[in-house]
Structure formats: structure tokens, C-alpha cells
Design a protein around this ligand. Structure first.
Ligand code: BES
Ligand code: ZN
Length: 460
């Protein structure tokens, strides 16, 4: 243990500098103008992995962005873990709200500021540094590790499912370890045991073959923007209940035991509210805020466009209008079931005056991981040893689409060992990652790997 701590201590600057190099690539997966940047980032990552002594490093091209793979296979009779992470990031707009540029990492108040610092480059990088630490400080990494890093998570992981389904042997493992989630609060190490699934669909309402003068045609032609607005009101009522037929049919009810466990967490609702600047919260009646976010399905309009919104006036009936709509799914809903129900509902409402097109953008099923396994037990101990605080269990409202695919195809459940903090601004301007969690997390992961290599050992 001392050698581990010493190595991390001595290499703090090197680790940070390498992370900064990684963060400088603008690997925004959803923007085609960044395709080259995503590829360059993948190659840098592969080179870095090779330099650490990781074997069989490969950059697999896909129809989208590359998958970077590498392995360490020198521990007969020890477990094999699959470490998954993503090196792609979310877009950065609005750029003017960043205090320092998103791809020029900088340190302020004990935090690293950059797009991807927490989600997920900073967190996935900790696994590489923990691996390096064990290998160099102790001369051995006592487990087998398959590293799998993708470049499309923030765009829906559209090609990774296929890769997993076609390569079950390559990815075969005992457990999947992922650092891409957050702690419940600063100073409170957390293990996440459930993620919501997601379906994202674009709805296009198509009317006349061009924008029309609203005086010459208004009153005689249906308005696509109005049809879209009306359609949207048919999806959810004012009490947060989704009104798509059959939407809640397969949902697993939340147990009283779990609801009680949520209530025991130190959640400060007024803080939550004031931090996001809203006067009142909103959500499905009969459920607490944590239940609404973690365990209930939801439907959100992510964006609407249509017609003229520029300076001054332009009196038209727009030719079309569209909205991107996401739904978060809870166990046991599935992405295919819910997208079908959504599309059927929309099409059944479609008036004959317009054409409605729906485009499925991506989907992922919800996932739950058992918390009584040896993998979780050891994660609890590693966190306690690294941070000196007993970790709590939590769920997460966000999604990691491939998680359920791992569980279904590889038969391996994920250990969601995240190190982000609620104030990290993931997907927002000024994304950050706590330096304390970065180094503490490297320590926790190194201890975890070590513990996984020792039969039933749960302390040092
Ligand atoms: N790291 C997040 C998941 C997450 C979000 C964990 C919030 C903890 C708190 C992940 O990278 C993510 O944002 N996923 C997307 C997936 C989508 C684009 C398919 C999400 O949840 O929106
Ligand atoms: Zn992420």
C-alpha cells in the first residue's frame, strides 16, 4: 500500500500533465466537423496505453468513431475485468459562458476545468494511472484487464452494441468496471447500482412545400409548428405523468425498502433547488425528488425548432417544425418497447393535414446491478480505504447505453465506481473534476484491482 501511495504522490505532476494532453483533443462525438479530432484522440489514447505496457492495443474502426482496446493478461487463475470508459465529450456551447476555454485545461480551486475532465476522460484515465501505479510500484498487476474505450457514448453508443455482440469472446469477463458516474455529495464516496435507460427520437412535422405568407394562406392551411406544439401536449400531463398508452405497463415498482434507503441519504432539497435557480420543483405526483430522478421514467423535450425566430418579424406559416424528445427509462422498460409505443402514439394522433416523420436517434436499456456481490463488497472496501469514509449506495438518473448490453451479452454486471461530484457541471459550461477525487480515485482503483487479485482478501 505504501508503494502505491508513494508512486501516486511522486507522479502527481506527470499524471496531471498527461491528463491535460488528453483533454486538449476536442473529441466531440456528435459533431461531424470534429471527426478527425476524435480519431486523433483515439490514436493518442492507444499510444499512451502501449507506453504503459498494455498489450494487444488496437484501434477498431467502426461506422462511427473508433473503439480503443487493450489488455493485460498475465494473471492465471485471477479474475478478468472489463474496464469501460469513453473518450468522447459533449459539445461545448454556449462557449461564452466558459471562464477558461473548454479544451485548454486549467486548475482553479482544487479543480481541473475542461470539457471531459469529469465526463469521462478524467475518470477513465484514472484506470490507466491505477494500472501504471500497480505495475510500477508493485511490479505486478494481479488480475487480467481488458480496457475498452469508446468514442461515441455521448452520441448514443450507436456502434458499440454491435461490436459487443460480434466480439463476445474478445470481451468475455467476470465483471465490468466503469468510472463514469458521480458521488452523492462532495466527501461522500458512492457506488451507483442502477442507471436509467434512454430513447431519443426526433419528431418532424411536415406541412406545405415551402414557408407560406401567413396572410395569403393563414386560415386555410394547417401550421406544422402548431401541430407539433399540440402533439407535445399529448405526451405528458401537467402533473408529470406520461400519457402515452401502455408507457408504464412493464415498470418494476420501487420497493418500500429502496424508498427508505433513498430517504436515509443526506439530500437537501432546498439546496438542490436554489443551486439550479428554480423556485419550485416539478415532477410526477407521489414520488420524492430522488425517486423521480433515479427510479421513474420521464419524457423531456430537448429542443424545438420551426419557423422564424430571427430578428424582427417574418409573417409565415412554416413549412416544417421538429423536436428532439428523450425519454429516460426505468427497470423493466426497454428502449425498443418504448420507442414503438411512442411512435405509435404520435402516428395515431397525426392529423391528415401534415406528414409526421419520426427518426430514432439512439437508445439504451436501463440497468441494475446486484449490490451483494464480492465485486461490490471489495469496491466498498477500496473506497473506504482510499477516502476514509464509508461509501453509500445510490442510483443515477443518467444513462450509459452499453451497460445493459454488457450484462445481457457478456453476462457480466457493471460495478459503477464513479468519482465525479454533483457540482462538476457535466454537459454544461465550466465542466470540472476535483483533483482530490482524481488522485484519491487512482488510489481506490489501484487498491480495488489489487484486492480483486487476492482471493477473498478484504483488507491490507
Ligand atoms: N457520464 C454520463 C452518465 C451520467 C450522467 C452519470 C449524469 C452520472 C450523472 C454519460 O456520459 C452520459 O451523459 N450519457 C448520456 C447518454 C446519452 C447521450 C445516450 C446521457 O445520460 O444523457
Ligand atoms: Zn460519461
Amino acid at each position: 500500500m505504501n508503494y502505491i501511495l508513494q508512486f501516486i504522490e511522486q507522479n502527481q505532476d506527470a499524471f496531471l500533465n498527461q491528463l491535460f494532453e488528453f483533454l486538449r483533443f476536442p473529441s466531440i462525438s456528435s459533431r461531424s466537423e470534429h471527426k478527425d479530432d476524435v480519431h486523433r484522440c483515439a490514436r493518442w489514447l492507444a499510444d499512451h496505453m502501449k507506453s504503459l505496457g498494455i498489450g494487444n492495443v488496437n484501434v477498431f474502426e467502426t461506422l462511427g468513431h473508433p473503439i480503443v482496446y487493450g489488455e493485460w493478461f498475465h494473471s492465471a487463475n485471477a479474475p478478468t475485468i472489463l474496464v469501460y470508459g469513453h473518450y468522447d465529450v459533449q459539445p461545448v456551447d454556449p462557449l461564452n459562458l466558459w471562464e477558461t476555454p473548454p479544451f485548454e485545461p486549467s486548475v482553479r480551486n482544487g479543480k481541473i476545468y475542461a470539457r471531459g475532465s469529469s465526463d469521462d476522460k478524467g475518470q477513465m484515465f484514472m484506470h490507466l494511472k491505477a494500472f501504471e501505479t500497480l505495475l510500477r510500484a508493485e511490479g505486478n498487476v494481479p488480475i487480467n484487464i481488458k480496457f475498452l474505450f469508446e468514442g461515441e457514448e455521448e452520441a448514443g453508443s450507436n456502434h458499440l452494441d454491435d461490436f459487443v455482440e460480434k466480439n463476445p469472446e474478445l470481451l468475455k469477463c467476470d465483471v465490468v468496471v466503469i468510472s463514469d458516474t458521480e458521488w452523492f455529495a462532495d466527501g461522500l464516496p458512492s457506488i451507483c447500482y442502477a442507471l436509467r435507460g434512454i430513447v431519443l427520437i426526433e419528431v418532424k412535422v411536415i406541412g406545405p412545400n415551402r414557408d407560406l405568407h401567413s396572410g395569403s394562406f393563414g386560415g386555410a392551411v394547417d401550421n406544422p409548428a402548431e401541430v407539433l406544439a399540440w402533439l407535445i401536449t399529448q405526451l405528458k400531463n401537467r402533473y408529470g405523468r406520461i400519457t402515452i398508452p401502455g408507457f408504464y405497463d412493464n415498470l418494476l415498482p420501487l420497493s418500500e425498502e429502496e424508498r427508505n434507503a433513498f430517504r436515509r441519504l443526506p439530500f437537501d432539497e432546498s439546496n438542490f433547488r436554489s443551486e439550479i435557480g428554480v423556485g419550485e420543483l416539478f415532477g410526477e405526483l407521489g414520488y420524492s425528488t430522488l425517486e423521480r430522478i433515479w427510479a421513474r421514467p420521464t419524457l423531456e423535450i430537448n429542443g424545438i425548432v420551426g419557423g422564424y425566430t430571427g430578428e424582427g418579424a417574418k409573417t409565415i406559416i412554416p413549412s416544417e417544425a421538429s423536436a428532439k424528445i428523450s425519454m429516460r427509462l426505468a427497470p423493466n422498460q426497454t428502449a425498443s418497447e418504448i420507442s414503438e409505443k411512442f411512435i405509435n402514439h404520435i402516428q395515431s394522433l397525426a392529423p391528415p393535414t401534415v406528414k409526421i416523420e419520426t427518426v430514432k436517434l439512439h437508445g439504451g436499456n436501463p440497468v441494475m446491478t446486484p449490490i451483494d456481490s464480492i465485486w461490490i463488497k471489495k469496491a466498498q472496501i477500496a473506497l473506504k480505504q482510499a477516502f476514509g469514509v464509508e461509501p453509500v449506495f445510490m442510483r443515477e438518473g443518467g444513462s450509459i447505453p452499453v451497460c445493459e448490453t454488457f450484462q445481457r451479452v457478456l453476462g457480466a454486471s457493471p460495478v459503477l465506481l464513479g468519482f465525479g461530484l454533483p457540482g462538476d457541471n457535466v454537459h454544461s459550461p465550466n465542466e470540472s473534476f476535483s483533483i482530490n477525487n482524481f488522485f484519491g480515485g487512482i488510489k481506490a482503483i489501484a487498491l480495488y484491482y489489487k484486492m480483486l487479485g487476492q482471493d477473498n482478501q478484504t483488507s491490507f
